[in-house]
Design a protein around this ligand. Structure first.
Ligand SMILES: [Zn+2]
Length: 146
């Protein structure tokens, strides 16, 4: 009998384990969640860059940016629609999110209490897997209701 290569065997084993627990890999949840975030942010705020006002964004120039850099956010806020707005490539990538302008506009349009709360919420911790599962259900319902 032919032996299955070790790498393949390991892959099979971990797949089986995931199936037994009825769990998807967290990376898949994150990918799905980010797709939903992008769709909802686009629907809600359109195709104008939040930070520089550039209009008619499309294709790879139509980004979704975070008020606070994604790397500084935990599972609770990374996919929170409250911190997300459409941005152009230049603001999101070249200016690293254009944070100061993002902040200024956010205070202007949502009020300082709203922004203050977002900064305070950085301390909140959640179980990522459960939180993401809940958000996916929530956001899917939001999209259906559009
Ligand atoms: Zn921009």
């Amino acid at each position: 009998m032919k032996k299955t290569p070790l790498k393949r065997r390991t892959a099979l084993r971990s797949k089986t384990r995931l199936k037994k627990q009825g769990k998807q890999p967290i990376s898949r949840l994150q990918r799905e969640l980010w797709e939903l975030c992008k769709q909802l942010t686009r629907k809600r705020y359109g195709n104008t860059c939040y930070t520089c006002g550039k209009q008619n964004l499309e294709g790879s120039n139509w980004h979704t940016g975070h008020l606070i850099p994604k790397a500084a956010l935990g599972a609770y806020q990374k996919y929170d629609l409250k911190v997300l707005r459409p941005q152009c490539y230049y603001c999101n990538i070249n200016l690293g999110g254009n944070g100061a302008e993002f902040y200024r506009r956010m205070v202007q349009s949502e009020g300082s209490d709203y922004v203050q709360t977002l900064y305070e919420d950085r301390q909140k911790t959640v179980k990522a897997y459960d939180h993401y599962t809940k958000l996916i259900q929530d956001y899917q319902a939001k999209i259906k209701a559009l």
